[in-house]
Ligand binder design. Structure first.
Ligand SMILES: NC(=O)c1ccc[n+]([C@@H]2O[C@H](COP(=O)([O-])OP(=O)(O)OC[C@H]3O[C@@H](n4cnc5c(N)ncnc54)[C@H](OP(=O)(O)O)[C@@H]3O)[C@@H](O)[C@H]2O)c1
Length: 248
């Protein structure tokens, strides 16, 4: 048995937004199990503390921040140390036919799903807080490329995430900083149980998935890979993790 492990995150410092719930929570926990020092961020204090309590090892940090609050964006980035990994996972969904979309919903969904991520990355780059060899991951969605009525706002933000990430990948390649996107299919989290779709509809939807239902770990394990040295030649890629649904 050798100690060789190209997927190890030992000694890496990784920052995750949206870590108080669902996919982001799983990313934080799995990365900590692989040896990373985690800095987890979320809006809900109690839920974020739950994630924090589940992290493996010691020395992790938590930062409460609301992505719709411009001051909070500074409050997140200012105290951050130099980072080896950034996972931008915070997100919300609002399903409405286009003619019923309110202006404040446009602002909220874009600010949470894409604008805040741009603001965070920009600040981290300016402050030189992203190390050479680091990995940045945006959590996108198959909604970026697979339209569903009522999902225009959400899809638009995820399309923007993919496009932004590809340009960023090119800009940061000379610094050996990699940027990739993961676009998951349906995963049961608070995002889906927030009333946009009923439990029965989710189960019905899952019947169409070739590999059946997905779980947060299906995404977080891919994050571990992309954050690790095993993925050192991968940048600008969009990873679809969806149990095969978009093959149909
Ligand atoms: N679940 C799916 O089927 C699915 C599919 C494709 C893509 N995704 C993407 O995966 C990501 C995570 O979603 P999830 O399914 O894990 O949903 P979730 O369980 O609802 O988690 C969403 C996370 O985003 C955070 N968040 C939302 N609004 C915020 C704000 N204004 N400020 C700070 N944090 C905020 C939440 O923080 P609090 O809990 O503290 O409020 C929470 O940590 C999202 O980007 C989503 O678009 C999910």
């Amino acid at each position: 048995m050798t100690s060789h492990n190209p997927f190890s995150l030992k000694g890496r410092t990784v920052f995750v937004t949206g870590a108080s719930s669902g996919i982001g929570k799983s990313i934080a926990i799995e990365c900590s199990k692989m040896g990373a020092n985690m800095i987890v961020s979320g809006r809900n204090r109690k839920r974020l503390a739950e994630t924090y309590d589940h992290l493996d090892g010691a020395g992790h940090r938590q930062i409460i921040a609301d992505m719709t609050n411009k001051d909070d964006i500074d409050n997140i980035t200012n105290p951050l140390p130099r980072l080896d990994g950034v996972v931008l996972c915070a997100g919300i969904v609002k399903t409405l036919p286009v003619k019923h979309i309110k202006d404040d919903a446009i602002e909220e969904v874009f600010q949470t799903n894409i604008t805040s991520s741009i603001q965070i990355i920009k600040r981290l780059l300016k402050a030189k807080k992203i190390n050479k060899g680091a990995s940045v991951i945006f959590i996108s969605s198959i909604a970026a490329t697979h339209p569903k009525p009522g999902n225009a706002l959400y899809s638009a933000t995820k399309g923007a995430v993919n496009a932004f990430g590809k340009v960023l990948a090119l800009e940061l390649a000379p610094l050996k900083i990699r940027v990739n996107m993961i676009q998951p299919g349906f995963i049961k989290t608070n995002l889906l149980s927030s009333g946009i779709i009923s439990e029965e509809q989710i189960d019905e939807h899952y019947k169409r998935y070739p590999l059946g239902p997905g779980k947060p770990e299906d995404v977080s394990h891919a994050c571990v890979y992309l954050l690790s040295d095993a993925a050192e030649w991968i940048t600008g890629s969009i990873f679809t993790i969806d149990g095969g649904i978009t093959l149909k």
